[in-house]
Design a protein around this ligand. Structure first.
Ligand SMILES: [Zn+2]
Ligand SMILES: [Zn+2]
Length: 256
């Protein structure tokens, strides 16, 4: 039996208007299944830098329909079309945000009636699995509805990505039971609709879990980096970081 490999590649770690980093987005893969979480306008370039096969990506999850998390969908789905993608693309989203997201994809093929491949929209309200993972979602406190996501693989290794917004009780529970936690941290001090270091620091954390803070306001980045320099469970996420684990299927033991 071949071992299972789970990988999470943080393609971008920037906030909405960051001029040094690309928009925040995570590529998760296992067993040749690839899911992109969020697709901002500048993130598209990072995807195209590492991909040449238009069928390479299986699915995209949009945590919320803010432009810095969704606007790149037009370019990415248009590129797949121009490169003759044939495989169906699945887009996971919130039911109430479908009209906005669908308009971005429609623009990718305008004035043609369709793309050259199918796009399946799946509402996360009815989603329990994505590819090889069990999927769970929880709301955050944000300017619009944002749903954080936890993906758990067949050996109970779990990954969490918050999207945008301060974690509520339910989101904090998903994060606290995950091994790799990607959490939005716009500011050092408390923020009414974003994550902050003060709030994230106080959250429960699974022993030996890794917490990576992304979507940081460039003005606060050094202060947050300094505050985290004395401990090793949380760190400022660097663009391009890859988390990788290979598991022995029978035991769930880590191989490397
Ligand atoms: Zn954002
Ligand atoms: Zn947002």
């Amino acid at each position: 039996m071949t071992p299972d490999s789970l990988s999470a590649h943080l393609l971008g770690c920037g906030d909405a208007y960051d001029t040094e980093n690309h928009n925040s987005g995570l590529l998760v893969s296992q067993d040749n299944y690839r899911l992109l979480i969020d697709c901002g306008p500048w993130l598209t370039r990072r995807v195209l830098d590492s991909v040449s096969d238009p069928d390479w990506l299986d699915a995209i999850y949009i945590t919320h329909a803010h432009p810095d998390h969704a606007l790149g969908l037009t370019t990415l789905t248009n590129w797949m079309d121009s490169k003759k993608r044939k495989k169906t693309l699945t887009i996971y989203l919130q039911r109430e945000q479908k009209s906005v997201i669908e308009a971005l994809v429609r623009y990718a093929h305008w004035p043609s009636a369709n793309l050259g491949y199918s796009v399946d929209y799946h509402y996360i309200e009815a989603t329990r699995e994505i590819g090889p993972w069990q999927a769970e979602f929880a709301p955050t406190r944000h300017a619009i509805s944002n749903m954080s996501i936890k993906l758990t693989n067949n050996v109970n290794h779990a990954l969490f990505f918050s999207g945008d917004g301060e974690l509520g009780e339910e989101g904090a529970e998903l994060a606290a039971s995950s091994d790799w936690v990607f959490v939005e941290c716009q500011t050092y001090d408390w923020h009414h609709s974003h994550g902050s270091l003060l709030q994230i620091r106080a959250l429960d954390k699974k022993p030996n879990s890794d917490w990576l803070l992304y979507h940081i306001d460039p003005v606060d980045r050094e202060q947050i980096r300094y505050a985290l320099s004395q401990q090793n469970q949380m760190r400022v996420a660097e663009e391009g970081v890859v988390m990788d684990r290979t598991f022995a299927p029978e035991t769930g033991g880590i191989i490397c």
